[in-house]
Design a protein around this ligand. Structure first.
Ligand SMILES: [Zn+2]
Length: 73
């Protein structure tokens, strides 16, 4: 039983290290990021990269290389 008490004590101190305001802000950022991802997927289509053949999210007809191959040039 002594061990269990020690564990719950350390759990409590870990929670206290996170201030509730910071936690809420982090949740908001995750929410905004998720919304951004959904929007991005709505405006892009899956294409195969002309250079490496891997699937990537294309932003339009002009966009035929994945971000990896594009950054290589
Ligand atoms: Zn590629």
């Amino acid at each position: 039983m002594e061990q269990e008490d020690t564990m719950s004590e350390s759990d409590t101190s870990q929670i206290q290290a996170f201030s509730p305001g910071k936690l809420a802000r982090r949740e908001k950022i995750a929410e905004a990021r998720e919304r951004h991802r959904i929007e991005y997927e709505a405006i892009t289509t899956v294409r195969n990269c002309l250079a490496c053949g891997e699937e990537f999210r294309s932003e339009g007809a002009h966009h035929r290389l994945c971000s990896r191959c594009r950054s290589r040039r």
